[in-house]
Design a binder for this molecule. Structure first.
Ligand SMILES: N[C@@H](CCC(=O)N[C@@H](CS)C(=O)NCC(=O)O)C(=O)O
Length: 251
């Protein structure tokens, strides 16, 4: 059986999880915690980031590569119906969602929560990790917290820039969706829709999300929702979750 290694709350991991759920592949999900994941990932993948998929003896790291692999194996029938001229646009928008929206949402969420000491955001990050990582994650948290703030530019001083960065991304997709389109490209559900909807899920907080409803409340999500929940692209993400997010098949 395939294994998907994740952080439960990670929006990039949700992107891979969603694609896997649609692929019909039998897989189990193993959730790690930030910090101890550095031990677990050693020897498994070249980088340290999740999601990582172990499939038939190979390791695929990165949500986009995981979807590429599903497509290459013929398990992406839901995302290969695009006309050739649409494929380029799907790739472009997935990349914009990955490198723009995903990065900006995470940076602002952390910049809003990590500078104020306290276990709130940490609890949400650890609670569903494999048992041996939880106590370790708590011990490592002061170091992990500082490393995240430094590495992602998520200090209190970064807050205005982080906010402006996210608003730029939301403006971009609000403008694109202003014509009322149901899906991003060609009127058909594609991997670009999975990317944008899952990377906006920390703001949209949809009830269909397979992980969020079971996690402790998040001040970041509450604040992001209050500030940006009425954005057209966030409403769009809620609708795509409602219409297209199947139940998680992971075990
Ligand atoms: N572009 C990558 C981004 C993955 C990513 O940034 N993952 C974060 C969690 S949201 C992570 O694993 N961070 C810990 C690390 O890099 O060591 C993807 O789509 O998979």
């Amino acid at each position: 059986m395939a294994t998907l290694y994740t952080f439960g709350a990670s929006h990039y991991c949700e992107k891979a999880r969603w694609a896997l759920d649609l692929s019909g592949l039998d897989y189990e999900e193993v959730r790690w915690a930030p910090g101890p994941h550095l031990i677990a990932v050693r020897g498994l993948a070249p980088g340290t980031s999740v999601p990582i998929l172990r499939l038939a003896g190979s390791t695929i790291q990165g949500s986009d590569r995981i979807i590429d692999r599903l497509e290459a194996e013929g398990r992406g029938s839901w995302c290969t119906r695009a006309e050739p001229d649409e494929t380029e646009e799907i790739v472009r928008l997935e990349r914009r969602a990955d490198e723009g929206v995903g990065v900006a949402v995470r940076r602002l969420a952390y910049a809003m929560t990590l500078p104020a000491k306290g276990g709130h955001s940490a609890r949400r990050l650890f609670t569903d990790a494999v048992w041996w990582q939880r106590p370790l994650a708590r011990v490592m948290w002061p170091v992990t917290r500082r490393a995240i703030m430094r590495g992602l530019g998520a200090t209190a001083a970064d807050l205005p820039d982080a906010r402006a960065g996210l608003e730029r991304e939301l403006d971009h997709f609000d403008a694109l969706l202003a014509d009322g389109r149901r899906f991003l490209v060609g009127g058909r559900f594609s991997r670009a829709d999975i990317a944008l909807a899952s990377l906006l899920s920390p703001i949209a907080d949809p009830p269909q999300h397979p992980v969020y409803p079971g996690l402790p409340d998040s001040t970041a999500t509450e604040t992001l929702k209050a500030a940006y929940g009425d954005r057209p692209c966030v409403h769009w993400a809620c609708r795509v979750y409602r219409d297209c997010r199947t139940q998680s098949r992971s075990r």
